[in-house]
Design a binder for this molecule. Structure first.
Ligand code: ADP
Length: 331
């Protein structure tokens, strides 16, 4: 049996799946290491959801992504039969030239300093699913909010990305679990000049100590923040919702209107509370939520009177990677 391993390294998690290549792609196992560097927890499941592995590790055993990869690789080697023919991992690649520029001298664009976007596999998958679920919406002007540890939003027209909140790196746009999101570059100059920070310190601050974690002083995990009584936790969530609302406005402007809104990824798929708070920021666009459908996590969570449908579409970046990997091998 030929197999493809898909690896999807997020900001705090390592997701992996093994697919059998038998004409079509068949999922064999699916797993993830969450809480890398803080509370590492590994689960591996069969396609039917049966738990094959469920293990918590001390933070120093899985301090970072390479350690998580070694541990997972070893386990899969022991557990998984078959002939591994390819490993697929996502890379980032931009496209629409006009929106890809920063207003800095053009020579920097030529060396690659440009907006790339990120989360493209997720948006490609969601666009494909939306075209199946609601062909009318799929052809229209759609905002997809990918709200996980890494978070971004994308404006799709006819299933293609026309704008995104992410840019040259995965730091721009929305505040994320530990990443800062959009920030005045003057703040970075201040930190360099007044605090004498090195490039490495600045990088750690912006990637690992900022976002919901930095703002709340409590956690990078939205579940923990929702359960917390700390003032910082509610500040961080309020800020997150506020920034999502602002960016929805910007993306709706880029599209010249809005025909549908889609929630996806960890927070978007699993948190009725956060979806309800965000949906209130979309009311001016004519969107309104049906509380019961939202609570039940249905595919369509907007009310009958909503001017635009609101969807919850679970993303599947791993399947998208496996499909692209297989297509490359076949070619
Ligand atoms: P990534 O792939 O970028 O690591 P995920 O898409 O797995 O991130 O999303 C992780 C985020 O989803 C975490 O902030 C986690 O708290 C949040 N999340 C998962 N389930 C829930 C839930 N039931 N309620 C609120 N937030 C949730």
């Amino acid at each position: 049996m030929d197999t493809i391993l898909v690896v999807n390294a997020g900001s705090s998690s390592l997701k992996f799946e093994v697919f059998a290549v038998a004409g079509s792609l068949e999922r064999l196992v699916k797993g993830q290491m969450e809480g890398i560097g803080t509370t590492p927890h590994l689960t591996i499941r069969s396609p039917s959801g049966e738990r094959l592995e469920n293990e918590t590790y001390p933070a120093d055993v899985v301090p970072d992504l390479p350690a998580a990869m070694r541990l997972v690789g070893e386990l899969l080697r022991q557990r998984q039969a078959g002939r591994l023919i390819a490993v697929g991992h996502r890379v980032v690649r931009g496209h629409d030239p006009m929106t890809d520029h920063y207003a800095i001298p053009a020579r920097f664009f030529d060396e690659g300093v440009r907006r790339y976007g990120f989360h493209g596999l997720s948006y490609e998958y969601v666009a494909g699913r939306l075209a199946e679920i609601s062909p009318g919406s799929g052809k229209g002007r759609v905002i997809v909010a990918h709200l996980g540890s890494g978070a971004s939003m994308c404006a799709l027209y006819q299933g293609m990305s026309v704008e995104s909140t992410l840019g040259f790196t995965a730091l721009d746009g929305l505040p994320m679990g530990t990443r800062c999101g959009q920030i005045d570059p003057g703040v970075l100059l201040y930190l360099l000049q007044q605090h004498g920070m090195s490039a490495g310190q600045l990088q750690d601050l912006l990637y690992k100590e900022s976002g919901l974690k930095g703002l709340s002083g409590v956690s990078n995990d939205v579940r923990v923040l929702l359960a917390s009584e700390e003032a910082g936790a509610s500040l961080a969530l309020d800020h997150f919702v506020h920034r999502i609302g602002l960016n929805a406005g910007a993306l709706a402007a880029a599209l010249g209107g809005l025909d549908a809104f889609v929630f996806t990824a960890g927070v978007g798929e699993n948190s009725p509370v956060m979806r309800a708070r965000i949906a209130r920021k979309l009311e001016w666009l004519g969107a309104s939520l049906d509380p019961a459908r939202n609570e039940a996590g249905e595919l369509v969570i907007s009310s009958g009177s909503s001017k635009i449908p609101i969807f919850v579409v679970p993303t599947d970046e791993e399947l998208m990677i496996a499909r692209h990997t297989l297509a490359l091998i076949a070619a």
